[in-house]
Design a protein around this ligand. Structure first.
Ligand code: NAP
Length: 482
């Protein structure tokens, strides 16, 4: 097959926080994979920047360890050595003058320039000031920022204000790595590249939509951060909201950044406020071998949620009467993320209830494997009358696409989109603020009544009340890990 990958121009990518966890686990291994695929043009440079005293050789060793740890034996040593040639390092302090002149000397005038702010948001202001002071920002320079984009609407606005004081919105790339997943983009391809689904994509034919992002792990070493955040802020406001937007949005006129983001924004703004009895919060309990949530966050009185499930409604013509159920949590039965679009029953069953058969479901799975399945009803083979059964029309990428299923990790794709200057899969300032404007009242409602999260067994389906949320509506969640 002839490659139709859109090439990128030679670039300088400066990673502030180049010695941090994100750089080590995601950014550097992701860049290596793109390099190994021939997507990093000759002369491009990746410059780590942090306070740690390191020379170029030490940073290369750090990157080498990071790539090997992420990719193991699959790494071709000669390719890795060539990749490391592109790496450089500068000791720099975002809060002082150390390193800025050296960084300035290292940058090439005729390359695409991108600064990755892989540091805590409290440093954004200082980084921006110094980038401007040292005249390192050109009109098409790109700035990449990581979540969290604020803690609530007020802090998100403050963060956006800081960034907009120094950069144009067209230069800012806010990463939500869920948008970089192959299947998430495939959701758009399935919806807008086929005639089959779009006519049915509304409340006349769709009973409800379930969006689940379940994790098997607990909060791990992030207890301090997580206790101040919780599932609503950490997952719903960004990742689940983005998945909801892509499922519910109107077809954009073009697959272009502002057209897509305008449509996503309309969905967030159309969300009705959530009724308090349509939200369930939970906290995982201890097991014989593992600590419970409160011990993990080292706060015996913590009322932060490690699980949240809610029912919401997109208040527009397309979706009136079709609820969206969202749930996310830690220490659940399995790592399992998916969007399930459940269609309505046929208006009349000519086979009778005893024949069996169930509703059509389109299941878009994001984790652990990516793939799309459409559940359809057929006749059970063999004699014995008309009995119906459900079978999946399966488009699991690994099986169907063979070699082409070696899809890039979300970070790889998103970093290359930054270099290409394509903002389609990045969040715009107004989207982020609208998402907070919707989640803030829910959180404030909990605070007002001091809502206590319901305990749930570790490695379960979550609190019983989350099951009841669906059952009260005569519906059921798909089983996590099934
Ligand atoms: P981290 O491991 O704590 O790394 C922070 C980095 O910032 C280090 O390289 C540190 O290096 C550098 N740094 C700190 N103060 C600095 C200063 N004054 N000047 C220059 N560099 C400074 O954090 P991380 O996990 O990589 O996360 C980075 C950002 O990504 C955070 O905003 C986080 O919320 C976000 N994020 C992380 C993940 C993840 O999986 N890790 C996922 C999503 C989002 P020195 O100490 O050497 O200066």
């Amino acid at each position: 097959m002839v490659s139709r990958i859109i090439p990128v121009e030679r670039f300088d990518l400066i990673i502030f926080g180049g010695t941090g966890d994100l750089a080590r686990r995601k950014i550097l291994p992701g860049l290596f994979k793109r390099f190994a695929d021939g997507q990093v043009p000759d002369g491009s440079r990746i410059i780590g920047a942090a306070r740690s005293e390191m020379d170029r050789g030490e940073f290369r060793q750090f990157a080498k360890d990071a790539v090997i740890s992420a990719q193991g034996d699959a790494v071709e040593p000669t390719v890795l050595e060539s990749f490391l040639e592109a790496l450089d390092y500068v000791t720099i302090d975002a809060l002082g003058e150390i390193g800025w002149s050296e960084l300035s000397e290292k940058l090439q005038g005729d390359s695409v320039r991108a600064f990755y702010f892989s540091v805590g948001p409290s440093l954004f202001d200082d980084l921006a000031v110094r980038l401007q002071k040292h005249k390192l920002v050109e009109p098409d320079t790109r700035i990449v920022v990581e979540k969290p984009f604020g803690h609530d609407l007020e802090t998100a606005k403050a963060l956006n204000k800081v960034l907009s004081a120094y950069f144009d919105e067209s230069q800012i790339y806010r990463i939500d790595h869920y948008l970089g997943k192959e299947t998430v983009q495939n959701l758009m391809a399935v919806r807008f590249g086929n005639m089959l689904f779009e006519p049915l994509w509304n409340s006349q034919y769709i009973d409800h939509v379930q969006i689940t992002v379940a994790e098997e792990v607990g909060v791990g070493g992030r207890g301090g951060y997580y206790d101040k955040s919780g599932a609503m802020r950490d997952m719903v406001q960004n990742h689940l909201m983005q998945l909801l937007c892509l499922t519910a949005m109107e077809p954009p006129a073009k697959f272009d950044p502002d057209a897509v983001r305008d449509e996503k924004l309309k969905v967030i703004r159309a969300l009705d406020p959530v009724e308090p009895h349509h939200v369930v919060r939970g906290q995982y309990s201890e097991t014989d071998d593992e600590k419970g949530f409160r011990d993990d966050v080292e706060n015996a009185k913590s009322w932060t949620e490690s699980f949240v499930a809610l029912r919401c409604q997109v208040g527009n013509w397309r979706w009136s009467g079709t609820p969206f159920y969202l749930r996310t949590g830690k220490r659940l039965q399995a790592r399992d993320s998916e969007i399930v679009v459940v269609f309505k029953d046929t208006p009349h069953s000519i086979f009778g209830a005893e024949a069996g058969g169930a509703r059509n479901e389109l299941r878009i799975q994001l984790q652990p494997d990516e793939g799309i399945t459409l559940k359809v009803t057929i006749k059970e083979p063999g004699p014995g009358g008309m009995r119906l059964m459900d079978v999946p029309l399966d488009m699991s990428f690994a099986e169907t696409l063979g070699d082409h299923a070696d899809t890039p990790d979300a970070y790889e794709r998103l970093i290359m989109d930054v270099i290409r200057g394509n903002q389609t899969l990045f969040m715009r300032d107004d989207e982020v603020e609208a998402a907070w404007a919707w989640t803030d009242p829910i959180i404030q409602g909990w605070e007002a009544v001091h809502d206590v999260p319901k305990p749930y067994d570790s490695y379960s389906q979550g609190p019983t009340d989350a099951m009841l949320l669906m059952q009260r509506d005569g519906r059921e969640w798909r089983e996590i890990g099934a």
